[in-house]
Design a protein around this ligand. Structure first.
Ligand SMILES: NC(=O)c1ccc[n+]([C@@H]2O[C@H](COP(=O)([O-])OP(=O)(O)OC[C@H]3O[C@@H](n4cnc5c(N)ncnc54)[C@H](OP(=O)(O)O)[C@@H]3O)[C@@H](O)[C@H]2O)c1
Length: 214
């Protein structure tokens, strides 16, 4: 079996393929061919986000690949800026329609704050109450069978504690920036202790690590 098909088990029993095709910074027309090419060559996991605006391109790529929907794992994300129940539900329904699918395998809260407030400092503003609203929509969509698993992205330890305390529902995943030189050990250990999978993004530092000889 290729590593592209190997999986981890999430805390709700769903299997997630270890490697995904990332589609950030790829607009709709440009997303079609890489999606088709990746699926035809063994990728089974596509990572997108409402904010990437490329769901229709991914839909066309999936169609062109001929791979069945049930053989593909799709991750998407509720926008960092969408911080109400209704906006979150709107993002989920837009993605379902644009991807032409009845369900999304994993939906994440893209960011604990609207992006303009986001940084890694403990003093950054928090949106605990708003994230609980977003989470309520995601839990409901999961109960309706629209999402198979739900998680977060870019959350720190306090963001997680507040979410679980208020809702009692643990995320399955935290997708964080993780690469050589940026390993966020406090977040990684806390999430692992809580049986929440840490998923790495920008693991090549958005290409910058390749310029470093060491
Ligand atoms: N949750 C979040 O907030 C979040 C944030 C960022 C990313 N993500 C997800 O993670 C995915 C990956 O993020 P990323 O794009 O920052 O990842 P990355 O893998 O760290 O960097 C990708 C970049 O590396 C360059 N690259 C890759 N392989 C190369 C090679 N063999 N030789 C030379 N250059 C190479 C590419 O440059 P060229 O394009 O110039 O070829 C590409 O732009 C995204 O697509 C998205 O799905 C999520």
């Amino acid at each position: 079996m290729s590593i592209l098909q190997e999986t981890y088990h999430l805390n709700n029993g769903v299997s997630i393929p270890k490697i995904a095709l990332g589609t950030w910074q790829i607009a709709t027309p440009d997303a079609v061919h890489p999606t088709e090419f990746a699926l035809k060559n063994g990728y089974v996991h596509i990572d997108t986000a409402h904010g990437y605006g490329n769901a229709k391109g991914i839909r066309e790529g999936i169609k062109a690949s001929g791979v069945k929907r049930e053989d593909i794992f799709i991750t998407s994300k509720v926008r960092g800026e969408s911080k109400s129940y209704h906006e979150a539900m709107g993002n989920i329904h837009d993605d379902l329609e644009d991807l032409n699918t009845d369900y999304i395998d994993l939906m994440l809260i893209h960011c604990p704050t609207p992006w303009r407030f986001f940084n890694h400092k403990p003093t950054r503003p928090h949106f605990y109450k708003e994230n609980v609203e977003v989470w309520r929509a995601m839990v409901e969509a999961k109960e309706q069978g629209l999402l198979r698993a739900i998680g977060v992205s870019n959350f720190n330890v306090d963001d997680l504690k507040q979410l679980i305390e208020a809702t009692g529902v643990k995320p399955a995943v935290n997708q964080i920036r993780f690469s050589i030189g940026h390993t966020q050990p406090e977040i990684v250990s806390f999430y692992q202790e809580n049986d929440i999978l840490i998923e790495a993004y920008s693991s090549l530092g958005t290409g910058r690590l390749l310029e470093n000889e060491a």
